[in-house]
Write a protein that binds this ligand. Structure first.
Ligand SMILES: [Fe+2]
Length: 323
């Protein structure tokens, strides 16, 4: 793997992922982590939850530790359709680098910094906060596949059933015990070999109904098409998930069934193993994501942090007509 030292980037290195060149790996140097934690060691997670402006202070602290280059790099890469995804890791998170901050708290603060460098997170209705933490265990009785370990979570986009836009998603692995399998799955819309078949279909731009199970705490339905208005001609963006779209006609049902079958058999989907402390940041409308199933283990335990949000120009969007 060749690491790129870009003159403009200070305090981190980047390289393309060996399996998929679109995905950019960003490694924060030990010095960057140390300078970042030094500046924020006075804040606890609760204060950042209670005071929204502190989240921007935390983000600015990380950006300053990279001479203000990280924010520009992340935003440019996530918005660039040919990439649109970053795997962010730290060179070191040893005790000395964390300046007394607990590892889990550090991860929450780090992903807070990242989300506020690329925009603003949406309120997560499952947690009632700007981020959600959730566990995957071997036994689970939840009402969606999110926390169920024994099965594959199919490829999808996030935010299909909420009124806000969901420009990006951050998936951050904080802890993992007795885990085998459960890799993240990724597919860029342009790498989907059947894209044209579904994009040229008469139902591609028809509004469909979307709802969600009780655990999501969303009491309304939304209406939007699978393919969203293109930002640039001929460059489709998608908003699809098999569990929450509610077809109302036979044609819609069959179209969606065939779409799900096609996506699940797509050979260009690739697996990513996230190490503890690393996070995926993806452009939600041009990357589909999912999760492979786990190898059963009775003490399996994984803690994840998730944030979903918008680019700053899309804050305050609450229009059910287009998306
Ligand atoms: Fe998701």
């Amino acid at each position: 793997m060749t690491k790129t030292i870009n003159k403009g980037n200070v305090g981190f290195v980047t390289c393309s992922h060996p399996t998929n060149k679109r995905l950019q790996i960003v490694t924060l140097s030990k010095t960057t982590v140390n300078n970042f934690t030094e500046k924020i060691s006075n804040f606890d997670v609760q204060s950042v939850e209670y005071k929204p402006f502190l989240r921007f202070f935390v983000a600015n602290s990380l950006n300053q530790a990279t001479k203000n280059s990280l924010g520009n790099y992340l935003l440019k890469t996530i918005k660039d359709r040919s990439n649109g995804a970053v795997l962010l890791e730290c060179e070191s998170t040893d005790d000395a680098s964390l300046n007394g901050i607990d590892f889990i708290d550090f991860n929450i603060l780090l992903s807070t910094a990242v989300s506020h460098l690329i925009g603003v997170p949406n309120l997560d209705s499952m947690s009632g906060k700007f981020y959600a933490r959730f566990s995957v265990k071997n036994d689970d009785t939840s009402d969606s596949y999110l926390r169920q370990a024994h099965r594959r979570m199919e490829l999808h986009n996030d935010g299909t059933y909420v009124k806000e836009l969901t420009d990006w998603v951050i998936m951050h692995k904080m802890l993992e015990v007795n885990v085998e399998g459960g890799d993240s799955l990724l597919l860029h819309v342009d790498d989907w070999q059947d894209l044209d078949k579904f994009y040229q279909h008469p139902l591609a731009k028809e509004n469909l109904q979307w709802g969600s199970p009780a655990s999501k705490n969303i009491g309304y339905k939304t209406y939007h098409s699978i393919f969203l208005d293109e930002e640039v001609d001929g460059e489709p963006r998608m908003s699809f998930i098999d569990q929450f779209v509610e077809p109302l006609t036979m044609d819609q049902g069959i179209y969606l069934y065939e779409m799900g079958e096609s996506l699940e058999s797509e050979s260009n989907t690739f697996n990513i193993k996230l190490l503890e402390g690393s996070m995926l940041i993806i452009n939600n409308y041009i990357w589909l994501h999912g999760r492979d199933k786990f190898i059963a283990h009775k003490n399996l335990h994984r803690e994840l942090l998730r944030q979903r949000g918008v680019f700053v120009e899309n804050t305050g969007y609450d229009d059910n007509k287009n998306v």
